[in-house]
Design a protein around this ligand. Structure first.
Ligand code: FAD
Length: 308
């Protein structure tokens, strides 16, 4: 309950125009670069190379969401499609994550689907993979609908989805989507949601998380276990050992700039670790969600403010 209140308060304050203005003007100097790789692609690709050299794989996230302009959605689709040849040319171990609202889902589902078809075709040409991030609950069903259409056309080697364990519906969604080796990233969930749709208590979110991953693995799916929670990570490793589920059926995913020691420990122990690496100029909403997850991050930013 406390966590939900904190998240709600931080996300509400972040919506105030003066707070937004301050960050947009001085962002990188205020510590945003701890969580966002860079604003430009060349700098980002350098960071990806560094992560690869440290034994980590990457999923690139070109930042942006809630696009309500068809020209901007088209431009975003072109930029994301262009990531695959760049990744291939440089021989990087990276795939791509996409938010459907950055491709205009809230405006026109059909053209959003067309943009996704272009992006996944480009990924297929490079033998790469695209994952659809999950956004707030107002678009959950449409996101799943678009994912199903793409899954039917391209298969689970090319397209995957995210489910959020805080939503009551996700356990049932995981069962329905799980057949045929579907690739699901499981997260706890990062948006402001009401108790009508999401567990208010963190313990319920954590328990649902473990249930969803375990059931998905048992049903033959591939799981991207995306969390920095050491207890959950231990529970999944123990479960996979006890049930004889091999390491190539799952991977761990963490966010750029968070829990670096845990990332390195898992790489050293021989697990596949993939770092979600956001880049681009539209970092504000992503950044505020990271603040809302952990009070210590506010202190980290305050220290940067005092220094600059
Ligand atoms: P928590 O219980 O919140 O945290 C466990 C521990 O992790 C904390 O005690 C702390 O030590 C550390 N930690 C967690 N968050 C932070 C932080 N911001 N800064 C510093 N330390 C932190 N959410 C969505 O709704 N949709 C998505 O598509 C989505 N994709 C994601 C992809 C990846 C790879 C990851 C890792 C997360 C993604 N999320 C997404 C965010 C997710 O929903 C959670 O909000 C976030 O991961 C924090 O939860 P946690 O699992 O780490 O557990």
């Amino acid at each position: 309950m406390k966590d939900r209140l904190l998240r709600k308060s931080v996300l509400t304050v972040a919506d105030f125009p003066p707070v937004r203005w301050l960050f947009l003007k001085y962002g990188m100097r205020l510590g945003v670069d701890r969580f966002v790789a860079a604003e430009t692609l060349p700098e980002t690709l350098d960071k990806v190379r560094g992560l690869n050299e440290a034994g980590m794989h990457v999923t690139l996230d070109y930042l942006g969401e809630n696009v309500l302009d068809s020209g901007q959605a088209e431009e975003t689709a072109a930029i994301i499609s262009g990531l695959f040849p760049a990744i291939q040319r440089l021989g990087l171990k990276a795939n791509v994550s996409v938010k459907l609202t950055q491709l205009g889902l809230r405006m026109d589902r059909d053209s959003c689907l067309k943009h996704m078809e272009r992006i996944v075709s480009e990924a297929a040409a490079s033998r790469s993979f695209v994952r659809i991030d999950m956004e707030d609950s107002t678009v959950t069903q449409e996101t799943i609908d678009v994912f199903r259409l793409l899954l039917r056309r391209f298969g689970p080697e090319r397209i995957g989805l995210v489910l959020q364990s805080y939503l009551y519906r996700s356990e049932a969604d995981a069962v329905q989507l799980g057949a045929g080796g579907t690739n699901l990233r499981i997260v706890k969930g990062a948006y402001r949601e009401s108790s009508d749709v999401a567990y208010p208590d963190k313990r319920d979110v954590d328990a649902a998380y473990i249930r969803i991953v375990q059931a998905h693995l048992i049903h033959g799916g591939y799981a991207a276990v995306a969390t920095h929670d050491p207890e959950i990570i231990d529970a999944i490793i123990r479960f996979s050992k006890d049930t004889g589920i091999s390491r190539d059926r799952y991977e761990f995913q963490m966010l750029y700039g968070i829990a670096g020691d845990l990332q390195r420990d898992l790489v050293r122990a021989g697990y596949l670790v993939r770092i979600y690496t956001p880049f681009g100029r539209l970092w504000y909403p992503y950044f505020t969600r990271r603040m809302a997850e952990r009070p210590a991050n506010l202190w980290f930013v305050a220290k940067h403010m005092l220094r600059s």
